[in-house]
Ligand binder design. Structure first.
Ligand SMILES: [Fe+2]
Ligand SMILES: [Fe+2]
Length: 178
């Protein structure tokens, strides 16, 4: 995350676009909730927003919309690991609606930003995204979720002696055959 923070810190335009969002008290509450393993919802959204912004800038797409909506796409504001009778349905399917509701209460979102937030779990949620930018965020979101999970899982994996030896053994076997 540190390298990413440096890159974000050097990107004046990105910081300007998301300034009103990341200084909002409700948005800052995302720091209290874990999204994937050690990553908070806030940091996860920041990653998704920044990578989506870079991609859209490169391909002449609406980088402002993905930066804003990326930052808000998981603004559901609850611990999804804890059951709560007031929430109906599975988190994976329902949280985009909560995030959109919360985000719409705080900011004026255009149609594209709304679509990005609401469809970011596609294809889990069946309705197809309407915009190229929405597809970018769905892909970047999955990439970030995987990389945030991979870091922790690989640490756990290599911490176990048996796996370390198994890995070494397999590496030696592979090297012998190439
Ligand atoms: Fe999400
Ligand atoms: Fe996400």
């Amino acid at each position: 995350m540190n390298d990413l923070m440096k890159k974000i810190d050097n990107d004046v335009e990105f910081k300007q676009i998301i300034k009103e969002i990341i200084t909002n008290d409700t948005v800052l509450q995302m720091k209290k909730f874990r999204q994937h393993f050690e990553t908070s919802c806030f940091d996860h959204c920041l990653r998704v927003a920044f990578y989506s912004y870079l991609l859209c800038k490169k391909y002449n797409l609406d980088y402002k919309a993905v930066a804003r909506a990326g930052m808000l796409h998981d603004l559901f504001l609850y611990d999804w690991r804890k059951k709560d009778a007031s929430r109906k349905g599975l988190h994976g399917f329902t949280h985009p609606k909560y995030a959109l509701q919360n985000a719409s209460n705080l900011f004026n979102l255009n149609k594209k930003e709304q679509d990005i937030i609401l469809k970011h779990m596609w294809p889990l949620t069946i309705k197809f995204p309407k915009y190229k930018e929405s597809y970018i965020v769905t892909l970047v979101d999955k990439y970030c979720a995987l990389s945030e999970s991979y870091v922790v899982c690989s640490k756990k994996f290599f911490n176990k002696k048996i796996y370390r030896y198994a890995y070494l053994f397999l590496s030696v076997c592979v090297l012998k055959f190439i």
